[in-house]
Design a protein around this ligand. Structure first.
Ligand code: SF4
Ligand code: FES
Length: 275
């Protein structure tokens, strides 16, 4: 904060008055089949209080005013809950701030004169549709493969009839925080979707309502994950480091234990039914 004296009046300036002039190097790609390339843009007079997406809005307004194609990027809630936004900012999924989505990343974390590179998620299972927009339908198909739960949940008044130990409820809630953004895949050198898939499996796996289909769910979701072309986990940990919802790596161990148990039970069932 700076104090300025002007004609006998004290004017207080906050960081809200600060602006940045930036150079952006943005991945532009016309469509899924065209080759893409990095294109340089100048972003001037950017308020430090703008979000990263608002900064892109300003750049796009200028592009539109010049008759040029705006930069395509995904977004919806702009408050860190929908998982739509996502881009590599200076080589890091969602940018430099921990536990922060691109829509909640503020320009105050950048410096005047900085060059910022902006690219889409890079993974075979997330093909680029246009510019920074990728197709994350593979995640939807993994969730779809998990199917439904048959446990009757009743009406709202019945919610407390199914007792859930507090510790399990807390863990399930933590895993349910996954917003399906895909940053874990984008940052993993193997483009593995283990953190995402494990969060979804473990969410229901910790609740009584998730028990009847637990084995089938883990078997089908892991199979779909492989079908989609995601890589294997080699415990590097980049996924958890960039996850905006701080899903921890140990969720992958939970999924692997579930998978092993389910595989053994299915093998045993198959063996005994053939006897
Ligand atoms: S585990 Fe984290 S990084 Fe991966 S999709 Fe879920 S919220 Fe995004
Ligand atoms: S736009 Fe919804 S999480 Fe970023």
């Amino acid at each position: 904060m700076a104090m300025l004296a002007s004609r006998g009046t004290t004017i207080t300036t906050t960081h809200a008055d600060r602006t940045l002039n930036l150079t952006l190097q943005v991945w532009r790609q016309k469509n899924a089949t065209s080759p893409g390339k990095m294109v340089t843009y100048e972003a001037t007079g950017i308020s430090v209080d703008m979000s990263f997406l608002e900064m892109l809005d300003v750049v796009n307004e200028e592009l539109i005013a010049r008759g040029e194609e705006p930069i395509a990027f995904d977004h919806d809630c702009r408050e860190g809950i929908c998982g739509m936004c996502g881009m590599m900012i200076n080589g890091v999924a969602h940018g430099p701030e921990r536990a922060t989505t691109a829509c909640e990343l503020y320009m105050r974390h950048f410096h005047d004169g900085e060059t910022i590179t902006i690219e889409p998620w890079r993974a075979r299972a997330f093909p680029v549709i246009k510019d920074l927009v990728v197709d994350r339908g593979a995640f939807d198909r993994i969730i779809q493969a998990g199917g439904y739960i048959t446990a009757p949940t009743g009406g709202a008044q019945d919610a407390n009839a199914i007792l859930v130990p507090k510790a399990d409820a807390d863990v399930a809630f933590d895993y349910a925080a996954c917003i399906g953004c895909g940053a874990c895949v984008a940052m993993c050198p193997n483009a593995s979707a283990m953190l995402f898939t494990a969060a979804k499996i473990s969410h229901l796996g910790h609740l009584p309502q998730g028990q009847p289909e637990r084995d089938d769910r883990v078997l089908r979701m892991v199979e779909q994950m492989d079908v989609e072309g995601f890589g294997a986990c080699t415990n590097i940990g980049e996924c958890a480091a960039v996850c905006p919802k701080e899903i921890p790596m140990d969720v992958i161990s939970f999924m692997n234990r579930d998978l092993l148990g389910a595989t053994r039970r299915k093998d045993h069932e198959a063996k005994t039914s053939n006897e």
